[in-house]
Ligand binder design. Structure first.
Ligand code: NDP
Ligand code: BUO
Length: 319
């Protein structure tokens, strides 16, 4: 059975460098996917309230613990605070709701999903009455949310805390105004958007980057016919042939060699097994340079519903 090595977070906890993503995994398929992943050696599961499938993820975890395959302490479970819950008095109730869905009494890692707060109390994407796409904003400052996460870590409801989709300036604000440095910043990262500047900045602050959509999220709901597909790039396919691996394995290995943690999503048993089998080979310096040539600011997760938000992470800063 394959096993991902770990990296030590600034909180002192070990973080497996490969985990299972669960966005878009349907409630009817995610329980089996998580069970297959645990059987294949995965010990890190990436979840979020926004994915609306945490109870089904929790059912798989419960079964694997009850049948003795793993102990709770062997697993690293991440979840994220959605943008309609950034108001400080909503944070603890939302974390407790997430824990009840997952059937856990603590998280390993709790992230602020996006720095942009949306109107509380209703839909996850509260539509503006005057607009087809944009959501209604809330004026909560993520610094006030962060202080709640710090309190919840001290309370033991989560072992580590971090952020997601934060840019350099937003991380600096958290460090300047908080007392705990985020353990990770989970951001989009793949060969079309390799995030070298943000990786270097976060590393200088002791923050690990977690790469979401590591395969370029080909099943994202807004993908258009003709959009480039990473696993079909001829140069990546040639490297796959050279190393006797798949294109997906070449991409995941490249990201791991960049020093980030990867969380590929799959609901297919063979691909789940394939994706963790990336620790028995290494790309040469020349082949890493070939992978570097794909970097083209090719961001696929723009959060267009929060376009124009004063805290939108991608609209005001280079990285
Ligand atoms: N913090 C944030 O804002 C965000 C976090 N995330 C997290 O990151 C995770 C991963 O990102 P995601 O956007 O889902 O996309 P990924 O880049 O992981 O790509 C998932 C797609 O790739 C396919 N796939 C998986 N393995 C292989 C393989 N070996 N060969 C070929 N195709 C493969 C999957 O199909 P199949 O399932 O059929 O195998 C699916 O269509 C999410 O699930 C979520 O947990 C993602 C977006 C935003
Ligand atoms: C998938 C996800 O985490 C988004 C869109 O924020």
């Amino acid at each position: 059975m394959a096993r991902a090595p770990t990296v030590k977070l600034n909180s002192g906890f070990e973080f497996p460098v490969l985990g299972l993503g669960t966005w878009k995994s349907k409630p009817g398929e995610v329980t089996q996917a998580v069970k297959d992943a645990i059987d294949a050696g995965y010990r890190h599961i990436d979840c979020a309230h926004y994915y609306q499938n945490e109870a089904e993820v929790g059912a798989a975890i419960k079964e694997k613990i009850q049948s003795g395959v793993v102990k709770r302490a062997d697993l690293f479970v991440t979840s994220k605070l959605w943008s309609t819950f950034l108001k400080p008095d909503l944070v603890e109730p939302n974390l407790r709701l997430i824990l009840s869905h997952l059937g856990l009494d603590y998280l390993d890692l709790f992230l602020i999903h996006w720095p942009c707060a949306l109107k509380e109390g209703g839909a996850l994407l509260p539509k503006r009455p005057d607009h087809d796409v944009l959501s209604e904003f809330s004026n909560v400052d993520y610094i006030d949310t962060w202080k709640e996460l710090e309190r919840l870590q001290k309370l033991g409801l989560t072992r580590s805390i971090g952020v997601s989709n934060f840019n350099k300036r937003q991380i600096e604000r958290i460090i300047d105004n908080g007392t705990i440095v985020p353990a990770t910043n989970q951001v989009e990262c793949h060969p079309y958007l390799n995030q070298k500047k943000l990786i270097a900045f976060c590393k200088s602050k002791g923050i690990v980057i977690t790469a979401y959509s590591p395969l370029g999220s080909p099943d994202r709901p807004w993908a258009q016919p003709g959009d480039p597909i990473l696993t079909e790039e001829p140069k990546i396919k040639a490297l796959a042939t050279k190393y006797n691996k798949s294109s997906a394995q070449i991409i995941l290995r490249y990201l791991i060699q960049l020093g980030v943690v990867v969380i590929p999503k799959s609901v297919n048993r063979a691909r789940i097994v394939q994706n963790i089998n990336v620790f028995d080979f290494e790309l040469s310096t020349e082949d890493v340079a070939i992978m570097d040539t794909f970097n083209c600011n090719g961001r696929v997760c723009q959060f267009v519903e929060a376009s124009g938000h004063p805290h939108h992470p991608f609209e005001h800063d280079e990285y």
